[in-house]
Design a protein around this ligand. Structure first.
Ligand code: HAS
Ligand code: CU
Length: 549
């Protein structure tokens, strides 16, 4: 079989599990912060001991948006490349551990400054909000650690290529490489703003920074960041779910092409987060909105491919009619059910994204809690439920255990609890947003806003949903702890799908990295050069030097 070894080597498994432990600890703490937030926003609860709402909100955003995701993704990808391109060499594994420890130390430093209330700047840390320098330094270590892990994965891929000249690389390895290239190119933006602007400013070397430049560099990173979260979920959908249901992948080439499109189109679109910002010429906003609509295409390809996989499988089992195949899917298997529910939620979630990206509609929803509703569907449901679904086989595979029927049942219940909680919370957020309810504000800051009364029922619905979601977090933590430490010993499969016989052969052009990275860089330069020069040249009076400050 082309896929290399069947079982992840125990030493590689340890590396992957280390990442996964940190991810789930972040889920526990970040989830608790989330519960406190919805309670504060309901107006019925106040934080004790003078703790600021914004400290809790920053904890929540950083732990769940940045720590849970990055650690789970890198852990999953190390397991995936080890499973499909063979056991890691000692050198690659060593650098994987270096990356892990840098990220963990960085997280600890950042978390420390957030928790002592010195960094209540939210996960986007917009200037002029300023945190203690330790917050930014910790984040830098996380990013540098992730780069080292990325290069370790590239080295592993290169070794495979050398040993298999002229062959197409294993799909999951290819996809991990694409995701890490995407991450590397985009995180240069956040590294630049942190190193050249925030750190000197927070240490007092400069007394101001160019806010527009900092926000632009942030969103150059921030949008591809969301695809860095999404692509591992797509890896699971494309390359693992078909095997779990007992079917085959619809097309290997289509999967690779959608990943390449993400690589090319994810980055030159950051302005869709800055559509209401002055100082950027509308022509460039328009261009980036067009590119945003182009990067929707690989998601539509993914939807198509998933439907095709499910339908092909269902029909092979004798299903007839337009939706007869639905009845043939393994609804009782949490490894399938959780990601599938994630897919379902992605339909309204993606539609909401299209609303956000439409310049005129963005004027209605920007900075309202609608946007919070949007990313709780995309990230906190689609991506996270897919990761939970993967954890249900990945953790026992790596720890040499098996998931019992009882745990599987609990995982199905977990998925349903999550869905109900999210339907309450996210729908309420979307509706309240349309009524103008702001995001990122505590109940007590509404003052005498006359509309505030209209928002109250929705805020209560959010609190109900948030509480149900917290129960969902407790359930998943019970399952994960069981799978890691208490489940019966045994062999669990790391499922990897095969391609359907009738699919076309995969061309090698997808691995022409010079070509794809070249196109990505050209598009970035087209989308950003002129507006960036504008920002520097038209910096506010008093700016000095290169006008970053
Ligand atoms: Fe977004 C804001 C536009 C996708 C996350 N987004 C955010 C923020 C986050 C976020 C965190 O243009 C807030 C940032 C902040 O703090 O300020 N987003 C989009 C668009 C997409 C999109 C166009 N977002 C995501 C994903 C995220 C994410 C994915 C995380 C993982 N988003 C925006 C915009 C803003 C924004 C603006 C700024 C708003 C503002 O004003 O601040 C697209 O990628 C979406 C494409 C997706 C689809 C859906 C395809 C459906 C599939 C499922 C198929 C189902 C199957 C099952 C097969 C078109 C693949 C079928 C079975 C059956 C039985 C039916
Ligand atoms: Cu975006």
């Amino acid at each position: 079989m082309m896929n290399g070894t069947w079982k992840v080597d125990a030493r590689d498994g340890k590396l992957a599990m280390a990442h996964i432990y940190v991810a789930f600890v972040a889920l526990a703490l970040g989830g608790l912060a989330g519960l406190l937030q919805v309670l504060v926003r309901s107006g019925k609860f106040e934080l004790p001991a003078g703790i600021s709402y914004y400290t809790i909100l920053t904890t929540h955003g950083v732990l769940l948006g940045l720590v849970l995701t990055t650690f789970f993704i890198i852990g999953f990808q190390f397991a995936a490349v080890s499973r499909t391109a063979g056991t890691l060499s000692d050198r690659v594994r060593f650098w994987g551990w270096v990356g892990f420890w840098l990220m963990t130390i960085g997280t600890a430093i950042t978390a420390f400054y957030i928790l002592i209330g010195e960094a209540s700047v939210l996960y986007t840390f917009y200037a002029p909000l300023q945190a203690h320098a330790g917050f930014y330094i910790g984040l830098t270590l996380v990013v540098v650690g992730s780069w080292i892990s990325g290069f370790a994965m590239f080295a592993h891929y290169a070794k495979w290529k050398k040993a298999h000249p002229g062959q197409v690389s294993p799909l999951l390895t290819f996809m991990s490489v694409v995701n890490m290239i995407l991450w590397l190119i985009c995180s240069l933006g956040v590294a630049a703003t942190v190193l050249f602007q925030f750190i000197p400013w927070s240490l007092g070397y400069v007394d101001r920074i160019n806010v527009l430049v900092s926000r632009t560099l942030f969103w150059y990173f921030g949008h591809p960041l969301v695809y860095f979260w999404l692509l591992p979920a797509y890896m699971i959908w494309y390359a693992i779910i078909p095997k779990i249901i007992g079917g085959k992948m619809f097309s290997d080439s289509l999967a690779r092409m959608s990943f390449i499109l993400f690589l090319i189109l994810s980055i030159p679109v950051g302005f869709h987060h800055q559509l209401v910002e002055p100082g950027i010429d509308p022509v460039w906003k328009y261009l980036q909105v067009v590119l945003t609509f182009m990067v929707v295409i690989p998601s539509l390809m993914t939807a198509f491919s998933m439907f095709a996989t499910f339908e092909m499988y269902g029909r092979s089992k004798g299903a007839t009619g337009l939706f007869g195949w639905l009845r043939k899917l393994p609804w009782g298997d949490a490894r399938f059910f959780a990601p599938f529910v994630g897919m379902l939620f992605f339909i309204p979630a993606g539609a909401g994204g299209l609303v956000n990206a439409s310049h005129q509609l963005n004027q209605v929803v920007h900075n309202t809690i609608w946007v919070t509703g949007h990313f709780h569907l995309t990230l906190a449901t689609t991506v996270v439920l897919t990761f939970f679904g993967a954890a249900y086989w990945l953790i026992p595979h790596l720890t040499g255990r098996v998931m019992t029927k009882a745990m599987n049942r609990l995982a199905i219940i977990q998925t349903i609890v999550w869905s109900i909680g999210m339907i309450f919370m996210s729908s309420a957020m979307h509706f309240a947003g349309l009524l103008g309810a702001p995001r990122r504000s505590a109940f007590s800051t509404y003052g005498d806003a006359p509309q505030a009364l209209e928002w109250i029922p929705y805020q209560i619905a959010q609190a109900v949903g948030g509480t149900i979601l917290f129960i969902g977090i407790i359930l998943v933590l019970i399952i994960v702890t069981n799978l890691a430490f208490f489940a019966p010993k045994g062999e669990t499969e790391f499922p990897v799908a095969e391609v359907a016989e009738q699919a076309e052969r995969t061309p090698l052009v997808f691995e022409n990295w010079t070509l794809w990275i070249g196109i990505a860089v050209v598009l970035i330069l087209i989308a950003y050069t002129v507006p960036f020069i504008d920002m520097i040249q038209n910096a506010p009076p008093g700016s000095k030097g290169f006008k970053l400050w």
